[in-house]
Design a protein around this ligand. Structure first.
Ligand code: 4NP
Length: 160
């Protein structure tokens, strides 16, 4: 049996942006009929075991995404071997991932999530210390990037 394509979303705390990306992308992948392994982690361990931030959850649920069962996990070394796509929400996450990844070949798997959106913007801004608008912007960016990533994965599966 061939391994499912796998995607890991990464932010700092794994309670706002990356669980939102996980929830949105799970929803869109299911709608598209793609069978994928999808997970999210934080580069830091401030909130290990906690559910997603209530503000992320509230904003996402209004748009129809489920956050049920998601719990904060910290990135570990095995993630670099396990996942095909390791997607950073911002440049700080991206730089941290490159520093933490000891396997030179696995570094190729690390990208910005917004690489899957046309344009130069690479940052999904951290909404944690801001207001409601920040959580809406996170969702807007993540929805666009999820659509781009799905298209990319669909084109890859057609090639294999
Ligand atoms: P996230 O947001 O990286 O999108 O999950 C944050 C969550 C928590 C903290 C910072 C950012 N914090 O400092 O606790």
């Amino acid at each position: 049996m061939t391994k499912k394509p796998s995607v890991l979303f990464v932010c700092l705390g794994n309670i706002c942006r990356s669980p939102t990306a996980e929830a949105v992308f799970r929803h869109k992948a299911k709608q598209a009929g793609l069978d994928l392994e999808i997970d999210s982690v934080g580069t830091h361990g401030y909130h290990i075991g906690s559910p997603p931030d209530k503000r992320s959850r509230a904003a996402g649920e209004v748009r129809g995404y489920s956050f049920d069962g998601l719990k904060c996990r910290r990135l570990d070394d095995e993630d670099f071997a396990k996942f095909d796509y390791i997607l950073a929400m911002d440049s700080s996450n991206y730089d941290n991932l490159l520093k933490l990844c000891e396997d030179q070949d696995a570094k190729q798997k690390i990208h910005y999530f917004l690489d899957f959106v046309e344009g130069d913007e690479k940052e999904v801004p951290d909404p944690y210390y801001g207001g409601k608008q920040g959580f809406e912007l996170v969702l807007d960016l993540i929805e666009k990037a999820s659509d781009g990533l799905l298209k990319h994965l669909q084109s890859q599966t057609r090639k294999t």
